[in-house]
Design a protein around this ligand. Structure first.
Ligand code: SAH
Length: 359
């Protein structure tokens, strides 16, 4: 118990920006300024898993760090690799015993990592497995970064894209997500271009507006999933807080501020939002908006009872949008053989308490 308290009080040094770290190194640790740059590089470029690895720093400096700070570094609990397309799902163990999942996808243009932003989620979307147990806690910036760092180290290849589309609602953990993006895209870290980062939100309107005001060049994806308020409210409790009109206003605001094209995610659920009338209504809603619609046949999750539409229903939905001049694709399913729909892996693991290993 005493140990745990001590760990909690230690400073989460991997969540600091370079400016903060410089201030801390000089004023608290009493180091020369250039040491902060070395330490930062060890954490965010060389992706060290412990202070001991940081051989540029003297033994006494490393001891000083270990005494006052903790270096967040996940345990890889399990890894599933698809034999079809190399997609890999990772389960990472956090210091407090929680488990999160991240996914690596291999595209022609490079490696893309999908990260979780929270342990669990409190948004309650009816089709989603991540929200079934509710929210446990927010992830720190370092915990989100280490999802990417661990995977880059594991595959020994540069990660080029990051999507914040795993478990959790990023705008319910706004400050930590922004901090993570700044560190990830900064020139002194992995330097992943903001244009190669996508944040997906269920539609928290004030979050979208605050995000727009930051003027980042990050792609915003909106989980729309319905063409009117009534349907949306049946699928997503957040729709009771913000109407589609308010949501789309905020999207226009994001576009004005950043000049970026938005993405809309639309999970097709049989009988709930997949009719031709819904497609026409959606086309009307998005008319003239510079955007891209991603259609995702819903991943069936045992507890939700939601079913995928027939293939022809999906293609009919798509063609209605196309006829109305809307950019639309059907999301390609990756890693089918290892697939446990969004958030299911963690849930399965938590209930079965599998041992460390690999499938
Ligand atoms: N909370 C954020 C990001 C996490 S979910 C958001 O809502 O956008 C990432 C995407 O997967 C969202 O569009 C979400 O609605 C969708 N999703 C969740 N469960 C799904 C399922 N079972 N089938 C298809 N899409 C799902």
């Amino acid at each position: 118990m005493k140990m745990e308290n001590a760990a909690e009080e230690k400073i989460d040094i991997r969540s600091m920006t370079l400016d903060e770290l410089t201030d801390f190194s000089v004023n608290t640790l009493g180091w020369q300024k250039y040491r902060a740059g070395q330490l930062y590089r060890w954490m965010h470029v060389r992706l060290a898993g412990s202070f001991d690895e940081m051989t540029e720093l003297s033994k006494s400096m490393r001891a000083q760090l270990a005494q006052t700070c903790r270096l967040v570094s996940h345990k890889m609990v399990r890894r599933y690799v698809s034999k079809i397309d190399g997609t890999a799902k990772y389960l990472f163990g956090l210091d407090d015993g929680n488990v999160i999942e991240s996914v690596l996808m291999r595209y022609r243009y490079g490696l893309s990592v999908c990260i979780s932003s929270q342990v669990g989620c409190r948004m309650g979307c009816r089709f989603c497995a991540s929200t079934i147990g509710g929210l446990v806690r927010n992830l720190t910036a370092s915990e989100m970064l280490d999802e990417i760092y661990q995977i880059q180290k594991d595959v020994g290849q540069r990660v080029s894209n990051v999507v914040v589309m795993g478990t959790g609602e990023p705008f319910d953990n706004f400050d930590n997500v922004i901090r993570m993006i700044r560190i990830l895209s900064g020139p002194d870290g992995l330097n992943i271009s903001q244009r190669s980062i996508t944040v997906s939100t269920c539609g928290i309107v004030p979050g979208i507006r605050d995000f727009a005001d930051l003027g980042l060049q990050v792609t915003l994806a909106i989980s729309l999933h319905a063409s009117n308020d009534a349907d949306r409210q049946r699928l997503m409790p957040v729709a009771r807080r913000y109407s589609l009109t308010e949501l789309l206003d905020a999207c226009h605001y994001y576009q004005e501020k950043t000049g970026k094209r938005l993405s809309f995610e639309y999970s097709l659920v049989s009988g709930a939002n997949d009719s031709e009338a819904s497609a026409r209504e959606l086309a009307g809603l998005l008319k003239g908006f510079d955007c891209h619609v991603n259609l995702i046949p819903v991943n069936p999750v045992e507890e939700t009872g939601m079913r995928q539409p027939q293939a022809q229903t999906v293609s009919r939905f798509k063609s209605v949008l196309e006829k109305n001049g809307i950019n639309v694709t059907i999301r390609r399913e990756m890693g089918r053989d290892i697939s446990a729909a969004c958030g299911q892996l963690r849930k399965k693991y938590m209930s079965s308490q599998l041992s460390v290993g690999e499938d």
